[in-house]
Ligand binder design. Structure first.
Ligand SMILES: Nc1ncnc2c1ncn2[C@@H]1O[C@H](COP(=O)(O)OP(=O)(O)O)[C@@H](O)[C@H]1O
Ligand SMILES: [Mg+2]
Length: 299
């Protein structure tokens, strides 16, 4: 019997074209693709997960690549499917990389440098005051955020004192904070697929923001990585168990070392506009993904 996989890939920013190319290349290898399987519209019924009339659980693999937060319902089904079939990324890797604390913890456990961080219970804010004295500046991060949203730079003790009552009012259980790293306001985004280096580009923060995210006004530029940056990204992707990863790295000017900020489990392909500026890694990335799907579905 021929192979059949399911896919859910974002359609904006050129994603629709990427999808067509992946489907075509898989077809050349005798692999059929059912696209647009959004688990939001699936139902679990006894031992099966149904999307329209399709039994998603009977596919040979599921490729989930749609940016943006998923609802608890979607992740429930993601987790269930992951128990019975190969998924890219695996549910474990997806869940890990969705959480900045869990990711940093794993990275540090495995000797990958990150900014110093601390997680404390919301009732233990005295820890934050002590740590503030040591770090002098810190960043408060929602552990499940993206696009720089919700990140708050805390510059001094007074700001911390002012902020704490607000944070306490929000329904949060814990504080995740990082030492504010002195860096040159540029980062490296390194894409890794199947353990192999795909591409690197940089992002530069706008003059008015300390974050490099595009949504915070940052801009993308071509950037040649050195071997060390590539090695760190490969290791971070491996530690997180991600088949596909976009690793965010900055250079800590005080410690004089690269630190990993986060691992992205659904790193965007280059948009058509970015491709025009010379960011030409999409073909390589597609080929590596197709190779990997082929290998993981070999019968
Ligand atoms: N500890 C830190 N020190 C200095 N800048 C940071 C730190 N953490 C994050 N940033 C800046 O904020 C941006 C967003 O942080 P990141 O952890 O990647 O979260 P997000 O998921 O929102 O992109 C980074 O690209 C970087 O420019
Ligand atoms: Mg980021």
């Amino acid at each position: 019997m021929s192979r059949q996989i399911g896919m859910w890939l974002y359609g904006n920013g050129g994603g629709d074209k990427i999808q067509q190319k992946i489907v075509k290349k898989l077809k050349e290898r005798d692999i059929e693709t059912v696209t647009d399987i959004n688990l939001r519209h699936a139902v679990a019924k006894n031992g099966h997960i149904l999307h329209d009339k399709l039994r998603v659980d009977e596919l040979d693999l599921f490729f989930s690549y749609n940016a943006g937060e998923q609802t608890q319902y979607q992740t429930f089904l993601y987790q269930a499917l992951n128990r019975v079939m190969p998924m890219i990324n695996s549910y474990e890797a997806f869940a890990l990389t969705e959480d900045k604390f869990q990711t940093s913890f794993m990275l540090r456990q495995h000797g990958v440098a990150t900014p110093s961080f601390k997680l404390c219970h919301r009732d233990d804010t005295h820890h934050l005051k002590t740590i503030m004295q040591k770090w002098s500046k810190m960043v408060y991060k929602p552990t499940d955020g993206w696009g720089g949203v919700g990140l708050t730079k805390i510059e001094n003790q007074a700001t911390l004192d002012m902020l704490l009552p607000f944070l306490n009012q929000m329904d949060i259980r814990f504080f995740y904070v990082e030492k504010f790293v002195k860096y040159d306001n540029t980062d490296f985004r390194v894409d890794i697929v199947d353990g192999k280096f795909v591409a690197c580009y940089g992002r530069k923060a706008s003059g008015t923001d300390w974050r490099t995210n595009i949504t915070s006004g940052g801009s993308v530029f071509l950037r040649e990585p050195d071997d060390e940056v590539i090695a760190i990204a490969k290791k971070a992707a491996k530690v997180c168990g991600t088949d596909i990863a976009g690793v965010d790295i900055i250079y800590d000017m005080e410690k004089e070392e690269y630190v990993v900020l986060e691992v992205n489990g659904i790193p965007a392909f280059a948009t058509p506009e970015q491709e025009e500026t010379g960011l030409d890694f999409n073909k390589k990335k597609i080929d590596l993904i197709v190779d990997m799907i082929d290998r993981k579905t070999k019968k």
